[in-house]
Write a protein that binds this ligand. Structure first.
Ligand code: HEC
Ligand code: HEC
Length: 492
């Protein structure tokens, strides 16, 4: 029961990822060409690299906010304002484990795990709601880091078992007001549950959520409709590795495909539409999201906790600057980050997220434009991926937007990338040499695996959306230079 409820709650929290999903619906259009040829030494040899367009995403004004107030709001305010009555929750989780406690929690939140937030409704019902940290707090080497993407999530449970669990928790409730809250939450969660399932443990099922949540809200009034008001694409198995928040200090857009434009705070708060039903409710939440964005944009990456060979790292810097910095920027004194979006043709990594649900995206981009969110923000999905800032890259394995490559050593030598692999999901099982997660290479893919648990933990790069191809810029480096670059990356 405990395990089931927890995965069910995680699913609910997942639905919070409206913002995440937003980015995965994409328009089927080529990256807008911007002036200037570009020499891409590491790219596909059959295409003249000079023909690739250079796309830079320019900065737009962001609301000012108070980072300290933002952290307080992030960990205490109920911005996803529906959930499970506290009476039912505390029967299952009477106490909070020490490993799940984070600083700054006030009132009833002090007794909840970091990824749950308490609220009291107008009718006086105490609820436990989900928050951003289910996906945006991760464990590494025994530490829970707020802002690191959770890389050990398990979204492989099927919707039917989740819905059964819903019924079980509902049966714990007798008070009619509590039952009413429960029924509201259950309807929302049941609506999106089919879109919350992936074949593989680790990545996040971002694609599809927003589509569903948008479709069930009137964009003008934000009123919830039990039936969809527009056509919704079918559920898809599209894996996304949750990016770390500290990148937002440098990034001018949100999401891998650069979709989130304009006021980032407004886009971040789309997560609340799992529960909201009116513009007034959204406006009240938006009022403090400028502070939350300010906190997120103030974050620095955590320092590499193990030994660094500084002489070797110093040798790596010029190699990195010559081979990688035109996309990923420079670090240290005079650091610069170019905010470049690289087309799927040029980068060659799995194109599914970027090309995505091309035929469906238009109406959802329009929904956003016509809604409260569209007043100050826009969705502009591109057929490419932003080259991310590499600060704290040591902590963010597995690599690439779909989490298909377990270590930096494998990322920078494509011949070393495992086709079928698995890992322990133990946060101390860290590879200081390869830099990333220790992994086991398997000789077979998902279809040939008969043990269910092993199958779910098996990353099969031959599956649609899960490919580990492309980004071959490290292949041409000598082994010495590659080792030096990896050492340098530890210092970022
Ligand atoms: C269920 C998991 C989940 C929840 C809950 C969630 N997110 Fe995300 N978030 C993601 C994923 C996955 C992405 C990456 C999506 C992509 O780029 O395709 C993302 C992307 C982001 C980004 C952009 C990062 C970048 O480098 O572009 C920000 C900022 C962000 N989320 C903030 C939030 C905030 C604030 C909340 C809570 C209000 C929240 N998220 C809730 C999963 C989640
Ligand atoms: C032409 C531009 C370009 C060049 C040159 C380039 N990269 Fe990248 N890099 C990207 C893009 C775009 C992505 C994101 C691809 C994706 O997620 O599918 C990426 C992803 C990465 C990632 C994974 C980030 C993550 O969140 O998982 C690392 C690490 C990285 N690059 C390191 C390097 C290093 C080191 C070099 C030089 C040897 C380099 N890159 C050269 C564009 C580039």
């Amino acid at each position: 029961m405990r395990v089931k409820l927890s995965s069910f709650l995680a699913t609910a929290a997942l639905l919070v990822a409206a913002s995440a999903a937003a980015c995965s619906s994409t328009k089927n259009e080529a990256v807008a060409p911007v002036a200037g040829p570009d020499g891409d030494a590491g790219a596909d040899a059959t295409v003249d690299p000079a023909s690739y367009p250079v796309v830079t995403i320019g900065a737009e004004m962001q609301r000012t906010g108070d980072p300290a107030k933002g952290y307080r709001a992030l960990v205490n305010e109920p911005y996803v304002p529906c959930g499970i009555p506290l009476t039912a929750y505390s029967q299952v989780y009477p106490t909070v484990a020490a490993k799940d406690v984070i600083p700054g929690r006030e009132g009833k939140n002090a007794n909840l795990a970091y990824n749950f937030t308490s609220m009291t409704t107008k009718d006086g019902v105490d609820l436990v709601t989900s928050n951003c940290l289910t996906c945006h707090a991760g464990r590494i080497n025994g530490k829970l880091v707020v802002g690191l993407g959770a890389a050990d999530s398990d979204f492989t449970n099927d919707a039917a078992s989740q819905i059964q669990t819903t019924g079980f928790v509902g049966a714990l409730l007798t008070d009619p007001k509590e039952r009413a809250e429960w029924t509201k939450w259950k309807e929302r969660v049941d609506t999106v549950a089919p879109y919350s399932v992936l074949s593989t443990r680790g990545p996040n099922p971002a694609d599809g959520f927003t589509a569903v949540l948008f479709a069930h809200h009137d964009p003008k009034t934000m009123a919830w409709s039990s039936t969809p008001l527009m056509a919704v694409p079918p559920p898809a198995d599209v894996p996304v590795d949750v990016p770390p928040w500290w990148r937002m200090k440098k990034k001018t857009s949100m999401f891998y495909v650069g979709a989130g434009r304009g006021d980032h705070a407004r886009i971040m708060m789309t997560a609340s539409i799992l529960c909201t039903s009116s513009v007034d409710e959204s406006r009240a939440i938006d009022a403090y999201f400028g502070d939350i964005r300010a906190w997120i944009a103030s974050l620095d990456a955590p320092a590499y906790p193990f030994t660094i060979d500084h002489a070797l790292a110093d040798r790596g810097k010029p190699v990195f600057d010559a081979t990688c910095s035109r996309c990923h920027g420079t670090y240290g004194a005079g650091a610069q980050y170019p905010n470049r979006l690289i087309s799927t043709e040029e980068i060659g990594t799995d194109p599914i997220l970027a090309s995505g649900t091309a035929e469906f995206a238009g109406p959802f981009v329009d929904w956003f434009k016509n809604s409260f969110f569209g007043d100050v923000a826009r969705l502009e999905p591109q057929k490419g991926y932003v080259a991310p800032p590499l600060d704290g890259i040591w902590a963010t394995a597995p690599y690439l937007h779909n989490g298909s490559v377990p270590t930096l050593a494998a990322l920078l030598d494509s011949t070393k990338r495992p086709k079928y692999w698995t890992r322990s999901f133990v946060d101390t099982d860290y590879d200081q040499v390869g830099v990333g997660w220790n992994f086991t290479t398997l000789d077979h893919g998902k279809d040939a695996e008969t043990v269910d648990k092993t199958k779910r933990a098996l990353y099969d790069t031959t599956r649609l959306g899960y490919a580990n191809a492309g980004h071959t810029f490290g292949d041409a480096l000598s082994d010495d230079d590659r080792a030096a670059v990896i050492e340098y990356l530890k210092t970022l």
